[in-house]
Design a protein. Structure first.
Length: 333
């Protein structure tokens, strides 16, 4: 029987969570229509053994694919290359999908050919176990209706947790993410967009996204530590937009520029998290001069504190520094 959905689980030292995500997936009544790939990225714990256990128990639906360590992007690249399902979704090993809604979603996939399907997700607070569904659908879009991207835009673009893409779109256009790098989820969101013709928002919450973890790449400490990697992805996304600019329709370009602009705002915030000294102000000014002249950047697409920072010629950087810290301490979806 044809597989309808390939689910890639990037797994590096994921023994703590892997039973949870796989245990939920194998509850699906449509398990025989799923192609579940545990991509073991050179783990040194029991990740491979857990993956092998599920492959042995569900040989027609679960595959363990072990490879040398190459980072998050490399696991997705491997998944794209080896996917057998008509559609493709990434589920991080520390997150999980709702099995009941997954059955409903697989039923939908039997009768659609839409390039990009966007579904709500739960934000699950790892500290207090509260969860809620953030709003993902713009007001000018209806649930369950197929749109053509050349006629209807998506602004702002939703997160990676909402994404399900047609596998052939990824494979035929050779979508590849950076390896040995953080923040490549933005590449996964944006790199398919030049090839997306149709999209649909479907009101079937699927993804449970675990937030407020100390080791997340969006935590304050990790953002500072990985500043250069974030900057690298900003550079690569900008180059990708430039490379494809001639073939983009206005809605595709607006979507990609909007997301890149918000990445640039994040890079400004990361810089501003440095100690309050003149060297930080000079770094902010230098980075902004570069993006203002050479990057696809729209200040209207970024948040108000970052616009204040720019308009003040970075004289407000101490104020924004403390605001950014306060927000990161208090806001977890």
């Amino acid at each position: 029987m044809d597989k309808l959905l390939s689910i890639v689980i990037p797994s590096y030292n994921a023994e703590k969570f892997l039973d949870n995500v796989l245990g939920e997936l194998v509850k699906c009544h449509n398990l025989n229509r799923l192609d579940i790939m545990v991509i073991n990225d050179g783990s040194t714990d029991q990740t491979a053994e857990i993956g092998q256990k599920y492959q042995d128990s569900y040989p027609g639906s679960v595959r363990l694919i072990s490879k040398e360590n190459g980072g998050y992007g490399s696991t997705i690249n491997t998944g794209i290359a080896q996917a057998n399902g008509r559609y493709f979704k990434v589920v991080d090993a520390d997150d999980w999908l709702d099995s009941k809604n997954l059955d409903r979603f697989v039923g939908l996939l039997k009768r659609t050919e839409t390039d990009l399907i966007l579904t709500p997700f739960w934000a699950f607070n790892d500290k207090n176990h509260h969860k809620h569904i953030p709003e993902i659908k713009p007001d000018d879009i209806s649930w369950g209706q197929k749109y053509y991207l050349k006629e209807q835009g998506i602004c702002p673009v939703p997160s990676m947790h909402t994404y399900t893409l047609r596998t052939k779109l990824l494979q035929e256009n050779e979508i590849q993410l950076d390896e040995h790098a953080y923040y490549v989820d933005i590449e996964y969101i944006l790199y398919p967009i030049p090839y997306v013709k149709t999209f649909e928002f479907v009101n079937i919450p699927l993804y449970n996204y675990r937030v407020n973890q100390d080791n997340q790449s969006i935590s304050m400490t990790n953002m500072r530590k990985n500043q250069q990697q974030h900057s690298l992805v900003v550079d690569h996304v900008n180059s990708y937009i430039k490379e494809h600019a001639d073939g983009l329709n206005p809605n595709q370009q607006e979507l990609m520029v909007n997301r890149l602009s918000r990445m640039i705002a994040t890079q400004l915030k990361i810089i501003d998290l440095a100690p309050i000294q003149m060297a930080t102000k000079h770094e902010l000014s230098s980075f902004y001069r570069k993006v203002k002249d050479k990057y696809y950047f729209e200040p209207k697409d970024i948040n108000l504190p970052m616009r204040w920072l720019i308009k003040s010629r970075f004289n407000l950087f101490p104020v924004i520094h403390y605001l950014a810290i306060l927000k990161m301490q208090l806001v977890h979806y």
